[in-house]
Design a binder for this molecule. Structure first.
Ligand code: SF4
Ligand code: SF4
Length: 300
């Protein structure tokens, strides 16, 4: 059984307890314009260009039989409609200015990678995190890998947007020790506008996990102009307050570090450009959530 992944991060310390190996699965049903992993949204491999690495040798222009690469003033440009992702240009580019994002991996190969870091999990109370993209878009691979980890006594975390068939979530949750669950926008029309999907299934799934006694770490992305208004934050607090088994609530402030990746991958969603939330505005948000008796931390 194979999954499509775009990264494996070793020694991760922000994706659950302890030191972890985080596997990023490619493909997400949402297209949030602030997504810090824009290369994880499309459910297929993509070509990524890094012009700053290009040494202008033009080997790729000669190698591409489809004429998908062109020189435009000082940079190499890719016509993504012509490109069939054959990978020939990757082989001739010695400076890694052209790379493919997304590769297939079997459950056994992923399990081998995970096994190499077992000593770190045991010493730190860590384990494995499946993130993305959205791991539940590849339910069979996700379930099989989590099951394998549990069989070996490795702690498992699933980082999810929550937009999934409830039956799939149920089948996978059996092998999950901790959920990292995003809560973004309570108004459904606004949620659809920014993410492309309704929030109804997401909130149903969150309630069900809570009722089933699963441990959940809520993460609220604080996106200036989208999620940070007092009305939304108050509705988030009102929704979360009665839920059981909420281990922790974190505010994740918007940042711009992902914008470079967005340009390199030419992601189809329009990026949301904003300033990082100020400490004052984060404190105000924490105060609103405190009125709902919710304690929050900032980051991770
Ligand atoms: S092969 Fe790589 S380094 Fe050479 S021109 Fe193409 S992108 Fe630039
Ligand atoms: S992946 Fe293939 S088709 Fe696409 S730009 Fe490279 S050589 Fe051309």
């Amino acid at each position: 059984m194979e999954g499509l992944i775009f990264d494996i991060k070793k020694y991760a310390i922000h994706d659950g307890p302890g030191i972890r190996t985080t596997i990023f699965l490619k493909g997400c049903p949402l297209h949030c314009p602030w997504c810090h992993n824009p290369e994880g949204i499309k459910p297929q491999p993509e070509i990524m260009l890094s012009p700053e690495r290009c040494i202008h040798c033009e080997q790729c222009l000669h190698a591409c039989e489809r004429g998908a690469l062109q020189r435009r003033s000082d940079v190499i440009a890719l016509n993504r409609e012509k490109c069939d992702r054959c990978g020939v240009c990757l082989d001739v580019c010695c400076s890694r200015a052209i790379e493919q994002v997304g590769r297939h991996i079997t459950v056994e190969q992923a399990a081998e990678e995970i096994e190499r870091d077992r000593v770190f999990y045991e010493e730190s109370g860590g384990g494995v995190t499946l993130s993305g993209g959205e791991p539940l878009m590849q339910p069979q691979f996700t379930r099989a890998l989590l099951k394998d980890c549990k069989k070996k006594g490795i702690h498992t975390v699933l980082d999810t947007c929550g937009y999934a068939d409830p039956e799939i979530l149920q089948e996978v949750s059996e092998f999950v020790d901790l959920f990292l669950f995003d809560v973004k926008i309570m108004d459904d029309e606004k949620h659809k506008h920014y993410t492309g999907v309704s929030n109804q299934q997401i909130f149903y799934n969150l309630r069900t996990l809570s009722e089933n006694g699963k441990t959940i770490h809520i993460r609220i992305p604080i996106i200036p102009g989208i999620t940070d208004d007092e009305g939304n934050i108050h509705m988030v607090g009102t929704f979360l307050a009665p839920l059981q088994h909420i281990d922790k609530i974190s505010l994740l402030p918007y940042h711009r570090a992902w914008l470079m990746k967005h340009r390199k991958i030419k992601a189809s969603n329009e990026p949301w450009i904003a300033d990082t939330p100020s400490p004052v505005s984060l404190t105000r948000i924490q105060e609103v959530l405190e009125t709902c008796r919710l304690n929050t931390s900032i980051g991770g």
